[in-house]
Write a protein that binds this ligand. Structure first.
Ligand code: 5GP
Length: 203
């Protein structure tokens, strides 16, 4: 029986501060065939962030040019910064049989899921154990002003209301439990019938 060698497109989304980055990092270490799509952004690099690794840090003019060239699989403004997933590297990696992770915000995730030109995907929404705990985590990060946190919490309310657009949900209370649940989803998805191409002998 032949197996469809195309990679899996894994969309991991959820509100800011929910811990999707940590989950993705653990998955990449666990299975190096999962590659993270390196997005472009117009925001400034944070200390320790490397251009071409964490993001491609670009100017607004470069972003506008990429938009005009239709280079993005999806793009969104998240908390006043512009982000985009580059279409070409994602398609190439999938063709090469690599699994590609899109760790993107819910606007971008829904755009990918609603795009009729996108092939099969697996979409996972990461939920906080509670709305109050999400606020606590954002406050504990100490990276945002109270006004920014308020805006993120308002966005979270809108994002949580769209949970039913996703195939799977994981509550990120304990990271090892959440990762185990993510692995279970991946294991089941690998057995989907679409990944097999039966060779039926002539009668
Ligand atoms: P940060 O600036 O903290 O790295 O990311 C802010 C938010 O933007 C996170 O929710 C992250 O998942 C999201 N994000 C990162 N890259 C992309 C992208 O290419 N597209 C979209 N739509 N969101 C992104």
């Amino acid at each position: 029986m032949k197996i469809n060698r195309k990679g899996m497109l894994l969309i991991v989304s959820g509100p800011s501060g929910v811990g999707k980055g940590t989950l993705v990092e653990i998955l990449r270490k666990y299975d190096p065939n999962f590659k993270l799509s390196c997005s472009v952004t117009t925001r400034d690099p944070r200390p320790g962030e490397i251009d071409g690794v964490h993001y491609h840090f670009i100017t607004d003019a470069e972003y506008d040019r990429m938009l005009a060239e239709d280079a993005f699989l999806e793009h969104a403004v998240v908390h006043d910064n512009r982000y985009g997933t580059l279409r070409k590297p994602v398609e190439e990696m999938l063709e090469e049989g690599k699994n590609v992770i899109l760790e993107i915000d819910p606007q971008g995730a829904i755009a990918v899921m609603e795009n009729p030109n996108v092939g099969p995907y697996v979409s996972v929404f990461i939920l906080p154990p509670s709305y109050a705990l999400l606020e606590k985590r954002l406050t504990a990060r100490k990276t945002d002003q109270p006004e920014v946190i308020r805006r993120r919490m308002k966005n979270a309310r809108i994002e949580l209301a769209k949970l039913d657009r996703y195939q799977y949900a994981i509550v990120n209370d304990k990271i090892d439990v959440a990762f185990d649940q993510l692995l279970n989803i991946i294991k089941a998805e690998k057995q989907r019938t679409i990944r097999y191409m039966p060779e039926i002998p002539e009668d």
